[in-house]
Design a protein around this ligand. Structure first.
Ligand code: DAH
Length: 348
């Protein structure tokens, strides 16, 4: 027996499938979806009507109503797909779209452009100068053994020089390196003499911070091992390096300085960049600025590195990279360097 509800279901399905196919745009399609499939939608109500059907027909009705619902859903989905495609095609066909505009203009707002940190910039320049002179650029651990940071550098536990570098101690005799000199003996073991290398990196000191002291800062160590190395060679290498970095011929001078791992040890001063040596407030009227400590590698350190001091000599220096950045960019407070403050960083 043909049942009346079957005709009704067919009619509803036909109507909504046709309506969906003709939806003018996505917004129109959404309201059609609500009218058909929403809580009070016509199709939804038809499905619910199963409760009013004669018990012997219920199973057939339920299946038929579910099929109508599935059909209508499919029709809506198909139309949505078609409309979205058309929208994209219209956008692409629109000549007013200028694909050569930078992305930030398309977004309609300025996105911040990143750049490398001033420390990274200066470090890259120093590395370029040294690699052009045949130096390797090495990377050593920030967590070091007491041996590499102190003992190998002729600073045994009882040595008063330990007091000069307040240390962050870790468990198991490890520490955060207090200077990049901790790489010296590692480098000697890693390379056959003669060799030349620099090793830049972060170092740590357990100390109170102020405008010129920071618990974390950057150094760049230089080490050259060869036969017949002299103070004259060291001095000339430093003059070449600093002229390249400061971009003009510079005058340097050595003063005696004490570091257990060099003998003799020096403080190297550079002629004040601001007054040209005449004396000003930046150089405390002396005409000179203290720039880096250096010296000839101590025989004990060569031995710790497996080198015979009768055959091999060397020079070393510890450049304060943070200090150099401060000099170059006239930064008044070392704590700005690692502050991560974009208001400050975005100037560079
Ligand atoms: N490591 C020393 C420090 O951080 C600096 C230093 C002095 C490094 C003399 C050297 C050197 O290579 O020869 O205080």
């Amino acid at each position: 027996m043909a049942v009346a509800w079957q005709d009704e279901l067919d009619a509803v399905r036909g109507r909504w499938v046709a309506t969906a196919a003709q939806a003018p745009d996505l917004a129109g399609l959404r309201s059609i979806e609500v009218e058909a499939l929403g809580k009070q939608g016509e199709v939804t109500l038809l499905v619910r009507k199963v409760a009013t059907i004669a018990p012997e027909d219920r199973r057939a009705y339920g299946a038929a109503a579910a099929a109508v619902k599935a059909h209508v859903e499919q029709a809506i989905e198909a139309r949505r797909h078609g409309l979205e495609r058309a929208e994209i095609e219209a956008e692409l066909a629109d000549d007013s779209f200028d694909e050569t505009l930078p992305a930030q203009s398309i977004l309609g707002r300025n996105s911040r452009q990143g750049h490398s940190h001033p420390l990274t910039q200066v470090q890259a320049e120093v590395e370029a100068v040294f690699t052009s002179m045949g130096f390797h650029v090495l990377d050593y651990p920030e967590v070091e053994s007491e041996f590499d940071n102190f003992e190998a550098l002729n600073i045994p536990g009882w040595h008063p020089a330990r007091e000069m570098q307040d240390t962050f101690w870790l468990q198991g005799g490890h520490l955060l390196r207090t200077h990049t000199s901790s790489g010296q003996v590692r480098a000697m073991h890693a390379f056959q003499a003669p060799f030349r290398a620099i090793f830049p990196g972060k170092v740590y000191r357990y100390e109170a911070t102020d405008a010129s002291h920071e618990h974390t800062f950057h150094q760049l160590e230089g080490l050259l091992i060869d036969r017949h190395v002299s103070v004259g060679h060291l001095l000339d290498s430093m003059r070449t390096l600093l002229s390249a970095i400061l971009k003009r011929d510079v005058e340097v001078r050595l003063r005696p300085g004490y570091f257990p791992f060099v003998e003799p040890g020096f403080e190297l001063d550079v002629q004040c960049q601001l007054c040209g040596g005449a004396g000003c407030s930046a150089c405390k009227q002396s005409g000179w600025l203290e720039l880096l400590p250096c010296g000839l590698v101590h025989p004990q350190v060569l031995r710790a590195g497996g080198l015979d001091p009768a055959e091999w000599q060397g020079w070393a220096f510890g450049l304060g990279l943070s200090r150099l950045v401060m000099m170059r960019f006239q930064v008044p407070d070392v704590r700005l360097l690692l502050s991560g403050d974009l208001r400050w960083l975005s100037q560079f």
